[in-house]
Design a protein around this ligand. Structure first.
Ligand SMILES: [Zn+2]
Length: 465
């Protein structure tokens, strides 16, 4: 850990060096913004070779009485700073530091915790300011939960996190197997820790080199599966279990009839949490596998723009309650979020298509561009398939969508390459009448480590029509 003397960080000149760690989102990615083009040999010179990526790992722990007091003190300090900031209309870290540091001298606590309390307050005030600017209603911010954040003074030794208590004393948090496993990666740095009354979260970062891609592959999130692939090969992760979990949760919550809103709310939040954990676990297995596949195949992952998808299933759209419930418990964004941060962690480029670029990916034939027709309602055999009148064949709805996505990402990808380098190869591929092989994977059958045991044997090749 770089050692910065706390006093240094607070002088008029050195304030900027005060840590801003509390404002970091939990899962942030690389410095490059979204929508950036994948690097290639041509533009690699302009981009930094290594980008820093960070993520956090969380586990539970048992706090001691002293630690709980520390968390409470930190919370009080934060609220003091917020109060001072509101009174003086200050939200920048620099002004807040100057205003608050003296005030915090009455707390008997390690001085870098004071810096972090100021930093945390600055973050809260800044987000309030942002909300005001956007015209959203705001309340005066107030830290409710006891918490402690620091990027100084702690150590991770032999699988134990040592949290400084002052006067060279430490509180030991034994790290569990998962956390130690995450920390064991080579080239990793632990940047900061966050303690709450029940959990500890470590922010880790590393420098990663973005891989050079030769291909693109689309990712499509559907209600019952996650489909990933391109013209040559498509892998489908079965998520029908997620639909079942969501349905069971709806039933359980709906079966409680007591007319007490507090109890209902508590039950709903408990079962909601359970549902989220179970579904996210399924998604985690699938997204991990997808990113590994992209990494091994040197593929850039193409994502569609799913903004506004919720409004498709809002109340008053002439849809049934059960249908809306099913569609709205579909975790559209979570799969993308997981793929994004996992891809960044591995250095796999992600291409975000715009709304315009995504248009027609489900309804246009991937081979000829003709508008596809939906099967008859009673046609059970072609339920997830679409008919192309020009090609005269049935196409799998999901396979068609990812092929289109991958190709549109590819167009963007080619534009970033020098003139004529790869563009023609793509044009030639357009008329290529290969039917992709489909691998179907049951996400729930994958092990916790994400190694799909059953998956390599499950190669299902779609008949050509
Ligand atoms: Zn066609």
């Amino acid at each position: 850990m770089e050692q910065l003397h706390p006093k240094q960080g607070i002088g008029a000149s050195g304030v900027e060096s005060a840590p801003a760690v509390a404002n970091e989102p939990v899962f942030i990615g690389a410095r490059s913004g979204t929508g950036s083009l994948p690097s290639s040999a041509a533009n690699a010179a302009e981009k930094p070779d290594f980008i820093r990526v960070s993520k956090s790992v969380r586990q539970n722990y048992e706090p001691s009485e002293e630690v709980l007091n520390l968390l409470e003190t930190f919370r009080m300090m934060t609220n003091d700073c917020v109060r001072i900031g509101l009174a003086n209309n200050a939200s920048s870290l620099k002004r807040l530091s100057l205003l608050c540091y003296k005030e915090l001298s009455r707390y008997n606590i390690v001085s870098y915790y004071k810096l972090h309390a100021i930093s945390r307050a600055a973050g809260m005030l800044a987000s309030r300011k942002k909300s005001i600017r956007r015209g959203m209603p705001t309340k005066d911010p107030y830290a409710v939960r006891p918490q402690l954040v620091s990027c100084y003074g702690f150590k991770v030794v032999n699988g134990v996190l040592k949290v400084p208590l002052g006067e060279r004393r430490y509180f030991d948090v034994p790290l569990n197997g998962h956390t130690q496993n995450v920390l064991s990666e080579v080239g990793l740095k632990v940047r900061s820790f966050t303690l709450t009354a029940s959990s500890v979260s470590l922010t880790v970062c590393k420098e990663v080199k973005e891989i050079e891609c030769t291909r693109t592959a689309g990712l499509d999130r559907n209600l019952r599966n996650l489909t990933y692939g391109d013209e040559g090969r498509v892998v489908q992760y079965d998520l029908s279990k997620a639909v079942k979990i969501a349905g069971t949760t709806r039933e359980i919550v709906g079966s409680f009839k007591r007319n007490d809103v507090r109890i209902r709310r508590r039950i709903a939040s408990k079962y909601g949490r359970r549902r989220r954990n179970r579904i996210n676990n399924l998604l985690n297995c699938a997204t991990k596998q997808i990113v590994e596949e992209a990494y091994n195949g040197r593929e850039a992952i193409v994502l569609e723009d799913i903004k506004g998808i919720r409004s498709l299933y809002a109340r008053g759209n002439a849809q049934g309650g059960a249908f809306r419930g099913r569609m709205n418990s579909w975790s559209f964004g979570e799969a993308q979020r997981q793929v994004e941060y996992k891809a960044k962690w591995r250095g796999v480029p992600v291409i975000h298509l715009t709304k315009g670029e995504t248009r027609g990916t489900t309804i246009g034939c991937a081979r000829c561009g003709e508008r596809l027709q939906v099967a008859q309602k009673d046609d059970v055999r072609h339920r997830r398939q679409l008919w192309c009148p020009r090609c005269g064949r049935w196409v799998d709805r999901d396979v068609n969508a990812v092929t289109n996505l991958s190709r549109r990402g590819r167009l963007r990808f080619d534009r970033s390459l020098p003139e004529g380098a790869e563009g023609e190869a793509c044009e030639a591929m357009k008329g290529n009448p290969t039917t992709p092989a489909i691998l179907r994977v049951d996400a729930s059958k994958m092990t916790r480590r994400g190694i799909p045991r059953s998956y390599l044997n499950q190669r299902i090749i779609l008949p050509s029509d």
